[in-house]
Design a protein around this ligand. Structure first.
Ligand code: ASP
Ligand code: MG
Length: 319
């Protein structure tokens, strides 16, 4: 039976109704014949609230060890709640901390690196027919202390477990349906992209749109872990991220504000003179400076107030 990692973002676990919906999605994968392992973020805003609490109690210079111990509690809460929701549906589920799931790290509190994964416990739980629900964002240091993996670190937890368990796929269930040709809030006509390569997702992050934790995407690229970025509201396909990705050419646009300037990037694979000419024609008088070009991205710089107008023109030209 194939193992699948299903990672839920914090907004997908923000209240009991959403936690029950997440449980239903996990059970859906099980009905489809897969062996699910859930990985969870802290409920929406929980990590920020805990950070505020830490400074209220501890002042300006906080011990990083204690801060990690505090922050890890958010994900542990989600894990226990999702396990309870699964059990309420009659499914045998077991919540695990990062340490219980065998995620070993160095001792760089607040931004620890994963050094190894001992998946023995997870394999035993799976063999016993249980659904493990792992608290993301955390591991254990050589001294046995709780560490956290940096903001967005539950993504990294999900992919390291995908590799350790040789999972066929790692699904990211969030409140967005996938990656779009441009930010839908700025470009209502933006379309969901069915498939992208790791390189394109990394370029997007570097050029202003981090859709998943960059560390986790780079790790997946190194180890060839297929990522499926999709909605936690329904089972429609989202965006599949693999080595091959979709077709070559322009795949999406990104906007990044930097000082008084806006950087608008055309991202894709094997971009060249054709795409550059098209971008410049669409930009017209808006764009004054020299564009930055690579096979993965063409970036135009304009004064910040013109950024969105340029994004619209480029979107109309390419999609
Ligand atoms: N809860 C942590 C954060 O907000 C980790 C995560 O969500 O991945 O950064
Ligand atoms: Mg979070």
């Amino acid at each position: 039976m194939k193992t699948i990692i299903i990672k839920f973002g914090g907004s997908s676990l923000a209240d009991p109704g959403r936690i029950r919906r997440a449980a239903a999605m996990v059970l859906g994968e099980r009905r489809r014949g897969l062996r699910p392992v859930a990985v969870v973020s802290a409920p929406a805003d929980c990590t920020d609230d805990l950070l505020k609490l830490a400074s209220l109690a501890g002042g300006a210079s906080l011990s990083r060890r204690e801060t990690d111990a505090l922050l890890a509690a958010g994900e542990q809460m989600s894990a226990a709640l999702l396990a309870l929701a699964l059990q309420a549906e009659g499914a045998p589920a077991v919540s695990l901390t990062g340490a219980q799931a065998g995620i070993k790290t160095d001792d760089a509190f607040s931004a620890a690196s994963v050094t190894s994964v001992n998946a023995g416990r997870l394999r035993r739980e799976l063999a016993a027919g249980r659904i493990p629900v792992v608290a993301g964002f955390q591991g254990v240091s050589p001294a046995g202390d709780i560490t956290t993996l940096g903001r967005g670190g539950s993504d990294l937890s999900a992919v390291v477990l995908a590799r350790a368990l040789k999972a066929g796929r790692c699904d990211f269930r969030t409140d967005v349906k996938g990656i779009y040709t441009a930010h839908p809030a700025l470009i209502p006509a933006a379309r969901k992209i069915p498939a992208l390569s790791y390189g394109e997702v990394i370029a997007l992050a570097e050029l202003g749109t981090e859709v998943r934790q960059l560390r986790a995407v780079k790790y997946s690229a190194r180890h060839g872990i297929a990522l499926h970025l999709r909605s936690s509201f329904h089972d429609e396909p989202g965006t599949l991220v693999t080595r091959e990705g979709g077709r070559a050419g322009v795949s999406c646009l990104s906007l990044k504000k930097e000082g008084g300037m806006a950087l608008v990037s055309v991202i894709g694979r094997r971009l060249g003179a054709l795409q550059l000419a098209k971008a410049l024609a669409a930009a017209g008088a808006l764009c004054a400076g020299k564009p930055a070009c690579s096979p993965g991205a063409i970036t135009l710089r304009v004064p910040a107030p013109s950024g969105e107008a340029l994004l619209k023109k480029l979107h109309a030209a390419f999609f």
